[in-house]
Design a protein around this ligand. Structure first.
Ligand SMILES: *Cc1c(COP(=O)(O)O)cnc(C)c1O
Length: 936
């Protein structure tokens, strides 16, 4: 018996499926799948997964797993702190589909709400760090610091390959820095500032932790000057809460600031997801990796937000991209920014002062008890020197429910946070055999912040819950997310994110677990992670899986590093060529470069398939240096290429490894397993195929799956890296959202998952069949079928009429849709991925809108409407534009605002008209504009 959830997840019911099959000329789903999937890769068995269970049963199982985690009071620190998520933010952002089901804001006109929230985030980060420009956002602190290192490398005039690193850096950050430095030939040199160690003779960059892992707050101004004298750039990894009280990295002359925003109201989640941040001084903004939100203007000249400069950077610059970051941490960045909006500058300073006061009490009391402190200048973390007693003290505290950090046999550190009470302080002191005494005097005051921050009205207005609630509602109302309608994004699989799948994310047993908590407290998580990894291995046909990578891009890097490690272990370190087809997702090339590989492009033929003759030629030419090929399957063109098994054999024969980008796994689950059809490694995107919502551009999880021969090269624990590279700051990455994918697989079971794949392929072929006569469908496999997505070619229309792919995308907004993927993988086209979750009515509504738009295009073609004044060229239409007192267009107001098929009682009005992206790039503004900018 299949779980009742399967019919909830899959949109079209059996009758609707029959109708859809008829439209494409197939008698059954099996017949369709037999024709669509090449027999050479077809998996005919049944997935070895537990049978699907109901939503209620799934919640019960998750409750049992959650019960095996122990919610203690973590005072471990190292960049992860307990925090209070304001309930208004928890319910109305984290638990609100209007925020969590939104897509990355590539269509800015329907994303103004989250773009404003992200601009608030950028403003918050620049204000607190004293830098000029911040992005939104990074995957965690460790990867943000690694990106800062490569940014310094790109921007420094020094020829040195040495990166000097403060020995008081968080250990997990150091692990990721080492992972990222090694393939690029960067030498990480640790400098122990307390021991008076000198900086190296030459270095291109210097990394400082502020406050240090030990808690020590040091005056770094002199070091910054010394580094600049060497032509080196300085990165300061700074704690944003501390920066409400301490002099900023900007004020001491740092070039880059990096870190995490976790303690701004984002739950620990056993390591994530959290938003990292990266900010730079003036002059470096055009080298900043990741997503940058900027202010531009719309067709009426009104201010409007959109992604600036780096939008889809990898797709444009590929192997020359600044980094591989694609999916970021938007939902968590929104939460952190709202925490700052809600508390405002005074509120944040008050929280920071309370935290500091607790640390001062700890310090004063320990000193009074005769215990030495490693430093008497600190913000929230005190390190006690207790020769030989560290483990015993930590055990005593743990017994009383508080986790401390055992630095080594002789030192224990204690981090206070927003939730720390007098009782916690007393408990900790008792473990040391001390009692509360007078607080120490604050030595950090010498480094006190004197500058203002968060002066913009947005941080000084929404301090009551009523005002906050309405602000959140106002912003989410501006956006189009899955809670309004279909988001037919090719390559992104915007399927249902079921509420039951989301439930466990905010349970304290999952949300409030520190990533470095003792193993005895995290058994539930360990079980869930191990089970999920086993299931993903079964689904993909690989032997081992790691869920550590925080996005698909990070999975790519981890997978390529595994390949690199494998070649090196066999004495073939010289193998460094990575073949990548011209149609590949841009992250592939960027990741290959980060893994120290040389990218060689393989051509595609007229049908969009990999050109096998060119592949042969490239293999021959690079035979001795061949490291890997990276291919997406089904191809980024949405086609099941028949020659994939051949391709794998050819590359293996030349000594290379095969990387199959698994972002399109929604077309394979239950029908084909990359690990069995010849590939060695894949990454999956749990935020695509396995129901983690896109969050408006993150979080994501990009597990890496490998064959047995690569298993020993999978990422390792960042606190005990050994030979294993860590690619994220926490062992299980964004563990806090893994219950979502776990629940999906648990409810669907093998039959449900297989049915989902078939329905996704059916839906894509249905859309292709219905739209083919209006828009050419660019590529198809054997039998004229597509896989789970289809590319509609708008180029002939553009050539004949001047109507562009942009015009169609923006006009879809007037019809109440999010546009499909635009101009990827082929410029001038739209890629549609309907997924299995949209029912026939919604598919038909989309098809009808596309056909109606074609009708409008025909009226432009016939000359009835002018090329520069028609509903397409002027789309999208705002309520304000449609109701303006003047209307001089050749089409009516109702054609503009209520085109065919739009429900007049449920119309989505975009808040701005078409946005001029280029204007914003020329006039870069990346923090909140003054309110006057919005006056007429
Ligand atoms: C989405 C995607 C990626 C990148 O994944 P992120 O999670 O955004 O880093 C890589 N390859 C393909 C084909 C994709 O669709």
């Amino acid at each position: 018996m299949t779980s009742p959830f399967v019919a909830r997840h899959i949109g079209p019911d059996p009758d609707e499926q029959t109708q859809m099959l008829k439209a494409i000329g197939y008698g059954s789903v099996d017949e369709l799948m037999d024709a669509a999937i090449p027999s050479s890769i077809r998996f005919t068995g049944s997935l070895g997964l537990p049978a699907g269970i109901s939503e209620e049963e799934t919640i019960a199982e998750l409750r049992a797993i959650a019960g095996r985690n122990v919610v203690a009071t973590p005072m471990i620190g190292l960049g992860y702190y307990n925090t209070v998520t304001p309930a208004v933010i928890k319910r109305n952002v984290l638990e609100n589909p209007a925020w969590y089901t939104a897509y990355t804001p590539y269509q800015p006109e329907i994303s103004q709400g989250r773009l404003e929230a992200l601009l608030n985030f950028q403003t918050m980060v620049t204000d607190l760090t004293g830098m000029t420009t911040a992005n939104a956002s990074m995957l965690d602190e460790a990867t943000a610091v690694a990106e800062a290192m490569t940014l310094a490398r790109r921007s420094s005039k020094s020829k040195s390959s040495v990166y000097a690193v403060d020995a008081d850096t968080f250990p997990q950050t150091l692990a990721v820095l080492r992972t990222r430095a090694e393939p690029l030939g960067i030498q990480v040199v640790l400098v122990d500032l307390d021991k008076g160690e000198q900086l190296p003779e030459d270095y291109f960059g210097l990394h400082l932790q502020y406050p240090g892992a030990s808690g020590a707050v040091r005056d770094h101004a002199v070091l910054v000057e010394a580094a600049h004298a060497k032509g080196a750039l300085v990165t300061v990894a700074a704690d944003l809460l501390a920066l409400t009280l301490l002099r900023t990295p900007g004020e001491i002359g740092a070039d880059i600031a990096a870190g995490t925003t976790q303690r701004f109201g984002v739950p620990l989640g056993f390591g994530g997801p959290h938003a990292g941040y990266l900010a730079v001084r003036a002059g470096l903004e055009r080298s900043l990796p990741g997503r940058l939100v900027g202010v531009s203007k719309d067709a009426d000249g009104a201010p409007a937000y959109r992604l600036a400069l780096q939008t889809r950077e990898q797709h444009i610059r590929r192997e020359k991209a600044t980094s591989n970051i694609c999916t970021a941490q938007v939902l968590l960045a929104v939460m952190a920014s709202m925490y700052a909006v809600y508390h405002g500058p005074q509120g944040l300073r008050a929280i920071a002062s309370r935290v500091h006061d607790r640390a001062l009490t700890l310090a004063g009391s320990l000193t009074a008890a005769g215990i030495e402190l490693a430093s008497d200048t600190f913000f929230d973390t005190v390190t006690a020197v207790v020769p030989g007693r560290a483990a015993g003290i930590a055990a005593a505290a743990a017994e009383a429910g508080v986790d401390l950090r055992v630095v080594d046999a002789d030192r224990v550190s204690i981090s206070a946070d927003e939730t720390t009470t007098d009782a916690h302080v007393a408990t900790v002191l008792a473990a040391f055999g001390a009692v509360p005494a007078a607080p120490a005097a604050s030595a950090a005051r010498a480094l006190a912040r004197t500058t203002e921050f968060l002066t913009h009205p947005v941080f000084n207005t929404h301090h009551s819950e009523t005002s906050m609630l309405r602000y959140l509602r106002k912003l989410s109302d501006r956006d189009y997310a899955l809670d309004r309608g279909m988001i037919p994004l090719g390559s992104c699989t915007m399927k249902l994110n079921a509420t039951t799948e989301m439930e466990a994310v905010t349970w304290p047993e999952f949300a409030n677990i520190h990533p470095f908590a003792p193993k005895s407290q995290t058994q539930g998580y360990e079980h869930l992670v191990a089970q999920l990894e086993t299931w993903l291995a079964e689904i993909t046909g690989y032997d081992a899986v790691s869920v550590q990578p925080n996005a698909g891009s990070q999975g790519e890097l981890a997978g390529l590093l595994a390949i690199r490690g494998y070649h090196r272990s066999r004495g073939e370190a010289h193998r460094d060529v990575c073949l990548i087809p011209s149609s590949a997702h841009g992250t592939n090339a960027a990741s290959a470069v980060m893994a120290g590989m040389r990218v060689v492009v393989v051509a595609c033929d007229a049908d969009g398939n990999i050109d096998m003759a060119d592949l042969d030629a490239k293999i021959e030419k690079h035979r001795d240096a061949l490291s890997a090929i990276m291919v997406t399957y089904p191809s980024t063109h949405g086609v099941y290429e028949t020659l994939i098994a051949d391709l794998c054999a050819k590359v293996h024969e030349a000594g290379g490894q095969v990387y199959v980008d698994g972002a399109n796994l929604n077309a394979l689950v239950g029908y084909a397993r990359p690990g069995k059809f010849g590939a060695d490694v894949s990454h999956l995107n749990l935020h695509k195929t396995f129901c983690i919502p896109h969050g408006g551009g993150g979080p994501g999880v990009g597990p890496v799956a490998v064959g047995a021969h690569l298993a020993e090269f999978l990422p390792g624990d960042p606190l005990e890296p050994g030979d294993h590279h860590a690619v994220s700051a926490a062992a299980h990455g964004s563990a806090g959202i893994l219950p979502i994918s776990w629940a999906y697989i648990r409810m669907m079971g093998p039959e449900g998952l297989t049915a989902a794949t078939a329905t996704a392929v059916l839906a894509a072929n249905y859309v292709a069949a219905r739209l083919r006569e209006h828009y050419p469908v660019l590529y198809a496999g054997e039998h004229g079928l597509v896989a789970h997505e289809c590319i509609l070619d708008v180029r002939p229309i553009t050539k004949a009429t001047g109507v562009t792919v942009d015009d169609v995308a923006k006009r879809l907004i007037d019809y109440g849709f999010h546009a499909p993927t635009m101009s990827f993988p082929v410029a001038g086209t739209l890629m549609v991925e309907p997924t299995e979750s949209e029912d026939l009515a919604e598919l038909d509504r989309f098809i009808a809108a596309m056909i109606a738009i074609k009708g409008e295009i025909d009226r432009v073609a016939s000359g009835e409407w002018a090329k520069d004044d028609n509903p397409l060229a002027n789309a999208p239409h705002t309520a304000s534009a449609v109701t303006a007192d003047e209307w001089n267009h050749p089409y009516s107001r109702s054609v503009a605002g209520f085109p065919e098929g739009v429900d007049r009682t449920a119309k989505y009005w975009p808040p701005v008209r078409r946005i001029d992206g280029a204007y914003g790039d020329r006039n870069l503004v990346c923090s909140c504009p003054s309110p006057e900018a919005f006056e007429d």
